[in-house]
Write a protein that binds this ligand. Structure first.
Ligand code: BDR
Ligand code: CA
Length: 307
């Protein structure tokens, strides 16, 4: 099985991604670490525990990581999409969670990488701050990372303040380190791809009817669904992080094009923009195409096992 660490900021689509990984026999989830992102770190860290508990997997180690970006004090948040609690104002539907433990995302990841006899995959579903810190503090562990699969970036339009995609805009300096300054193989799943894969009402209804836990997960997306309906005029959602996770559990599902990626770290309107072909760094495998029907059917089949 593929050893896997998930670094995440739940987040509605993060919740679907975690549920997908938990119901994929190809991967062994060694830890789920939290970063600030869609909401504050205190909330994302608790949400990680809530999602694991909902799936009956409270045994999976969790730990909180960065509470803010590397350089800028103000963390970007997205409560308009994910609710103030990060779970679509539905966190009370989830099991109660314990206080967050003593370990940090950094120490948990380092320990896992040190001990693993085979390279570990890291799925990055939020800002890249935790990964940049890991690579900066433990460069000797970089060869133990088999690959990073990250949801983030856009070669076309961004979704946050203009040019940037949320996860990259939240901490462009961290993204620059991971995408343009590290030798770790990275598969990047940008908005160009995710925005072509819409899960509609029928998909959500089928998942909801698989059982009460799945129904809770789908209700988490009610607010998110409402925002999509208002902005795009259709009853369908884009579950960005779930689409990156399908590539983690079934490598090769997404067709990729290797290209250097540069991240705009200026403070102007271009901040957070990811550009292809202009970087001097190593190539990133960028997923630009997706067979939506296959990915949605496969995700539905797997997550439905949560019942
Ligand atoms: C990304 O930003 C977050 O709001 C989502 O969880 C996803 O990781 C999409 O731009
Ligand atoms: Ca996310």
């Amino acid at each position: 099985r593929i050893p896997l660490i998930i670094d995440t900021d739940p987040g509605v689509d993060d919740a679907f991604a975690i549920a997908l990984a938990l119901h994929s026999p190809e991967v062994e989830i060694l830890a789920v670490t939290a970063t600030y992102g869609n909401v504050s770190l205190a909330r994302t860290a608790a949400n990680v525990q809530r999602i694991l508990a909902l799936a009956g997997r409270a045994d999976v180690p969790t730990a909180p990581g960065a509470a803010r970006p590397l350089i800028h004090e103000q963390a970007e948040v997205a409560p308009d999409w994910h609710g103030e609690d990060g779970l679509g104002l539905r966190s009370r539907d989830y099991p109660n969670v314990d206080a967050i433990g003593q370990h940090t995302a950094l120490s948990v990841k380092a320990e896992i990488l040190r001990r693993s006899p085979i390279p570990v995959t890291i799925a990055v579903l939020g800002p890249m701050t935790n990964i940049a810190l890991l690579l900066a503090i433990h460069p000797e562990l970089a060869p133990k990372i088999g690959r990073i699969v990250a949801m983030g970036g856009s070669l076309g339009l961004g979704n946050t303040r203009g040019a940037g995609e949320f996860n990259i805009y939240a901490d462009p300096e961290a993204a620059h380190r991971v995408l343009a300054q590290s030798e770790v193989p990275v598969t990047l799943v940008p908005l160009d791809m995710t925005m072509s894969c819409w899960a509609g009402a029928e998909w959500l209804d089928m998942l909801s009817s698989a059982g009460p836990r799945c129904a809770t997960l789908v209700r988490t997306a009610d607010l998110y669904r409402e925002v999509f309906r208002e902005r795009y005029g259709q009853d369908a959602v884009v579950l960005h992080d779930m689409l990156a996770m399908i590539e983690v559990v079934a490598p090769g599902t997404l067709a990729v094009t290797p290209q250097p990626i540069s991240v705009d770290c200026t403070l102007g309107p271009e901040r957070g923009r990811t550009t292809s072909g202009t970087g001097v760094g190593p190539s990133v495998d960028v997923a630009l195409e997706v067979d939506s029907a296959t990915v949605l059917t496969e995700s539905l089949r797997r997550i439905s096992a949560m019942r």
